[in-house]
Design a protein around this ligand. Sequence first.
Ligand SMILES: [Mg+2]
Length: 233
Amino acid sequence: MDALRGIGFDLDHTLAIDNNLERVCFLRLLRSVASRGGRSLGTLADEIDSVDRLLARQRSGEVTVDEAVRLFAAERGLMSGDWFVDSFRKMAVESVADFVVPLPGVERTMEELEKRGILVAVLTNGWDPLQKRKAEQAGFRGPVLVCSELGERKPATIAFERLLRALGTEARQTCYVGDSPRDDVAGAQNAGLAAVWIDWEGREYPNDLPPPTNTIHSLAELLTIVPQCVRVS
Ligand SMILES: [Mg+2]
């Protein structure tokens, strides 16, 4: 690898956790389902299962967030989901301050990287403006590329190419830091970047994937593996 010039970061479970923000917002909409003449799916456990299935489909890229909200309404007998889409989006963005907790050391790590002349950006799956608001709440002040805006999502190589374009760096001068072995580590490596796996949750790395370039257990540890760099003008 050439001298490191840029670092891309995943957002969720890399810079911050959101404490099931989207699940809670869906469940809060259940009251509106009832008041608008919709039906219950059964117990609260049944409702949670259905919401979690929709969120899994959204996170895999199978459906957009708006489609997930419309399906949520349709499953409960409400065929016009527009009101629910608007309400969900607004509630999610407004809930960020209460739900999102940064991982320790985000601001200090970014300041130190800046001192070392390393460019940073976030590349995150998920939807805008939720992800941008979450990055702000996490204390990240650099560019934030959200896959719903790009029209590409990790682990596709083209998503990482968009990151390189935003950073203005070559793949061989860039590394990507993320918690997902498949979306972050394998995706970045397939695009020619070095990949740092952040494992602060003590997980096993899947043995069917090539290992990450480095593994760290906290953001602060990133500073110990990033070489001091000459500021690039
Ligand atoms: Mg993540």
